[in-house]
Design a protein around this ligand. Structure first.
Ligand code: 5GP
Length: 221
């Protein structure tokens, strides 16, 4: 039997990376797809573990050759993509594969591979999302603003995913991702209400940008 493809996505700051990392520690049988990226490695990041770090030229050549299952240029400066052949090989061998990617790429995968299970990670509330985004300390105000402005369209897309998971407690969110893979998870009222509340807050980006500025200034005092 073929394996199944799981795509975990969500706005930046939702904590999808943490959930996937913890999940994979408990489920080494699931294959995590390491993406190609054109950005520079951050301190501590290892080539072939966190990403395959390649040049823009190499990326675009591989893209033209159809090497990627999906790819996206994120925030207008760096390309990210899922190498197709490794994923297909693992699925053919019957292994489940997990992708942790942003929404545009996730939509491509969901569209082209209808058997894909899409999981959207939600932050518990708007303040937490913005605080987590700023808290990483890896990005300047301009990039943070671009990330915030993308959130409304990401939340809009959330409805098209098979499961919504709230990342308020990592252990619980990880367990719920396990339930998704076991086919026992059902998105409930709490998740739908959280999505509605976030959508309401982000309907006015001005308020969210003010919050961003506040947390950013607090962090840089
Ligand atoms: P970062 O630069 O912080 O590692 O990642 C930026 C964003 O790129 C994150 O939202 C992450 O989920 C997303 N990402 C990582 N790999 C891929 C990929 O292969 N394809 C797409 N579309 N997004 C990716």
């Amino acid at each position: 039997m073929k394996g199944r493809l799981y795509v975990v996505s969500g706005p930046s700051g939702a904590g999808k990376g943490t959930i996937c990392k913890e999940f994979l520690l408990l489920h080494p049988e699931v294959h995590f797809s390491v993406s190609c990226a054109t950005r520079a490695p951050r301190p501590g990041e290892v080539d072939g573990v966190h990403y395959y770090f390649i040049t823009r030229e190499a990326f675009l050549a591989r893209r033209a050759a159809g090497d990627f299952l999906e790819c996206a240029e994120i925030n207008g400066d760096n390309w990210y993509g899922t190498p197709r052949s490794i994923v297909m090989e693992k699925l053919d061998k019957g292994q489940n594969v997990l992708l942790e990617i942003e929404n545009n790429g996730a939509q491509q995968v969901i569209r082209y591979y209808p058997d894909t299970v899409g999981v959207f990670i939600l932050p518990p509330d708007t303040h937490t999302l913005i605080r987590r985004l700023v808290g990483r300390g890896t990005e300047d105000m301009e990039r943070l603003t671009r990330r915030i402005l993308k959130v409304p369209s990401e939340l809009e897309a959330a409805k098209g995913y098979d499961a919504l998971i709230i990342n308020d407690e990592v252990d619980r969110a990880v367990a719920q991702l396990g339930e998704v893979m076991a086919g026992t998870y059902v998105t409930g009222k709490r998740e739908r209400d959280t999505l509605s509340a976030l959508t309401r807050d982000f309907a006015d980006p001005k308020v969210c940008l003010e919050l961003l500025e506040r947390y950013y200034n607090e962090g840089n005092k």
